[in-house]
Design a protein around this ligand. Structure first.
Ligand code: DQA
Length: 144
């Protein structure tokens, strides 16, 4: 099985960016942990991060033929990108939405996810653990 770990804008700044909110781990170290976690569960995890909406849309389209699932932290795109929502809606690959922080408990604008309706689950507020949990959710989803 193959899963794509996808991270959107500003997540390349993890470790430096608002550590009180997002923690001190870098994206690179989180990716390595998720890859190892997946390997332990028989899942090959590929990682991709971009700050560009179009690059993320292209990657989601491509994922359609090569991945069994996508673990996706859309960053701020969560709150407004109908283009990314439609990209996910265009493929039948299951997507789990992940947020490091609890988007319900922060600014008002973060409470809305335009991505959530096209995802099979949303995990928020669990830090990097959420990415691993998302792998489990995808595996459980396959087992149904
Ligand atoms: C985030 C939450 C978003 O509101 C924010 O724009 C991010 C990160 C999170 O992981 O908690 O970039 O998706």
């Amino acid at each position: 099985r193959k899963v794509l770990l996808l991270n959107g804008p500003n997540l390349n700044m993890l470790g430096v960016r608002e550590p009180a909110v997002y923690g001190r781990d870098t994206l690179e170290s989180i990716e390595a942990e998720v890859v190892a976690y997946g390997a332990g569960r028989g899942v090959e995890v590929d990682c991709f991060q971009s700050n560009h909406e179009g690059a993320l849309i292209d990657k989601i389209h491509e994922a359609h033929t090569c991945y069994d699932g996508i673990v996706y932290n859309p960053g701020a795109h969560t709150h407004y990108s109908y283009a990314l929502r439609d990209a996910i809606g265009s493929i039948d690959t299951p997507v789990v939405e992940v947020h490091l922080s609890d988007i319900e408990a922060r600014e008002e604008f973060r409470r809305i996810s335009v991505i959530a309706p096209v995802c099979i689950a949303q995990i928020k507020g669990k830090g990097k653990l959420g990415y691993k949990e998302a792998i489990d959710v995808l595996l459980e989803h396959e087992d149904r």
